[in-house]
Design a protein. Structure first.
Length: 191
């Protein structure tokens, strides 16, 4: 199934990109954002945490819940988002992974990131906050967008917790087990 069976150790149950991952852990929460035009926010003196400069979406016709392991559909979505944002891949400083901790999703994401970024993928930090908060399902996107805004605000990349034995198919820099200070001006959030 999609859910982890590590009920005996709930804090370590969600372990994206780890060899022993066996599914996601349900989470609960909410994220609230105020979206407005840049100029309007500036005129009223608002503190701007982040600018959403582009997005991309595709339809996964491979299967209702499974992704093609080669990451093709997800890579297309990332390409569309970067094109919409007019952001060349060289400008990316961080990728916020969906990181559900399922065997197929984490491999698919890794392959999609490598398809889009090529060899540069190995030099860009990638992490999943689901390792700490679980998968909040419908609320996950909003929560993770708030996390992305906070990365930009504080210049700290959240870790992928519980990454003790890396899956050889998930071979990127997943910021294991400790947050990392870094200069982040542009990021991609995968959800």
């Amino acid at each position: 199934g999609a859910l982890s069976h590590r009920n005996h150790d709930p804090e370590a149950a969600s372990c994206p990109s780890d060899r022993g991952r066996d599914g996601f852990v349900l989470g609960e929460g909410a994220g609230v954002l105020v979206l407005e035009e840049w100029e309007h926010a500036r005129r009223r003196g608002a503190h701007v945490y982040a600018e959403i400069s582009g997005y991309g979406t595709t339809c996964n016709a491979h299967h209702m819940t499974d992704l093609a392991p080669d990451g093709t559909a997800l890579a297309r979505s990332i390409d569309l988002a970067l094109a919409d944002a007019r952001c060349p891949t060289e400008r990316l400083d961080y990728v916020k992974a969906h990181g559900s901790s399922t065997p197929q999703n984490d491999v698919c994401e890794t392959n999609a990131i490598k398809r889009v970024l090529g060899h540069d993928a190995y030099g860009i930090p990638v992490s999943s906050i689901k390792s700490m908060i679980g998968h909040a399902l419908a609320a996950a996107n909003a929560i993770e967008l708030v996390a992305c805004a906070l990365v930009l605000e504080h210049q700290v990349i959240p870790p992928t917790m519980n990454l003790s034995e890396r899956d050889p198919e998930c071979d990127l820099d997943y910021v294991p087990n400790a947050a990392r200070e870094a200069r982040v001006e542009a990021l991609a959030g995968l959800s």
